[in-house]
Every structure is written in C-alpha cells, then in structure tokens.
Design a protein around this ligand. Sequence first.
Ligand SMILES: N[C@@H](CC(=O)c1ccccc1NC=O)C(=O)O
Ligand SMILES: [Zn+2]
Ligand SMILES: [Zn+2]
Length: 215
Amino acid sequence: MSSWRSSRRIWDISQVLRPGLPVWPGDTAFGFERTWRMEDGSPVNVGRIVMSTHSGTHADAPLHYDAAGLDAAGMELDPFIGECLVVDARGVSGEIDVADLPHLGSADRVLFRTWEAFPHDEWRSDWKPIAAETIEWLALQSVKLVGTDAPSVDPQDSKTMDAHKAVARNDMRILEGLVLDDVAEGRYELIALPLKVGGGDAGLTRAILRELRDA
Ligand SMILES: N[C@@H](CC(=O)c1ccccc1NC=O)C(=O)O
Ligand SMILES: [Zn+2]
Ligand SMILES: [Zn+2]
C-alpha cells in the first residue's frame, strides 16, 4: 500500500502565532484580524497580520546585528536544513558555557532547550543566554546554526550583544523562540526555512524536527 505519509516522526517546534503572543517588551504586539468575512457576504475569508519580525519562532538575519549584513531574503538556506543536535540545557545555571555541552558527534546545527515548560502565555526575562565563548567553540566544531527556546541568544538587557556578535564573526545563523518541550536530547533532522522578507532583519519560521533516517 502506498502512502504520502512519511514513517519518520515529526515534531513541530514552532510557536502558535495568535493575539496575546508574548513579545519583547516595547515591541509590536502580534495582531491578526479578518478583513473580509464570509459571514458578511464575502466569497472568502481573508485576514491581515501585524507583527514584529522577532515574534514567535524566527531566524535572525545578519542584518539584525550587523548593519552591513545580509537580509532575510538573502540568506542561503543550507544552515536551516539538515542534521542537528538538541541539547537539554535545563540544568544549566546562568549562561550556557562550553562545559555544559555534550559530545557533538557529526551535528553541525545545535539547538538548546532551556525552559522546563515553554512560557506560551507570559513574557519571561529570566532565560539562559549562550556565552560568546560557547558560540566560538561551536564555530570551531563547524557548527553553522545555533537555536534556542529563549527569545534571544543574549540576555534581555544586553547592550553589547556578545553572543550575536560571535555568531556574526563566524557567519553562523540563529533560530530563536523554538518550542522544545516535547523533544528529548539527541539527533534529528531540522527543517526551519525563514520567510523571504526583502530587507528583513529576521524571518518568521515554521520549524520542525524529523526523526533521522537511520534513527
Ligand atoms: N536580540 C533579539 C531581539 C531584540 O534584541 C529586540 C527585539 C525587539 C525589540 C527590541 C529588541 N532589542 C533591543 O532593544 C532577537 O534577536 O530576537
Ligand atoms: Zn531574533
Ligand atoms: Zn537574536
């Protein structure tokens, strides 16, 4: 019997975009409304979305932290597809240091789970950032993408953006706002393509993990 359904399990690691979505303090609230309604006689329902480029699950474009950097539409897609390692960093205190990392194996993408339970309904400022030295060390291991379930790889009050700058120095890519509550530490296939926003400093992402073929 044939089936279009893959036998490999998929984890959707994206936030649900909806009004009330917690956003960075002072940033644009997420808004969704119907502009044409079938109940009003329209042949179709149509909506309008207003949002910050850094709301929900997204990829930072280099332009976010480097004025001369690539925009979201210009980013190559290879970093956003392929083998990744999910690291359970819930036990880490303070920032994520090199000593907190497990053996990476062949993974050249690394995602960090830091929340015990993802804060879907409130903004929390007490996330665990990633140390700049950790980013540098990951770059030395040929890692090209770092992801986190936190809203940023740096602390909320950072003025120097050390982790983002370390990413820039090594031409890596960043995923933020991942939902990793249901994902055990281990190796997966990552697929997280950022939207092609011309001039965008970030791209909204539907991020998934898939069981590896040889898992
Ligand atoms: N670094 C964070 C976002 C960020 O810094 C930010 C997002 C929205 C509004 C203000 C922000 N930062 C500093 O004021 C990120 O990469 O998503
Ligand atoms: Zn961001
Ligand atoms: Zn960022």
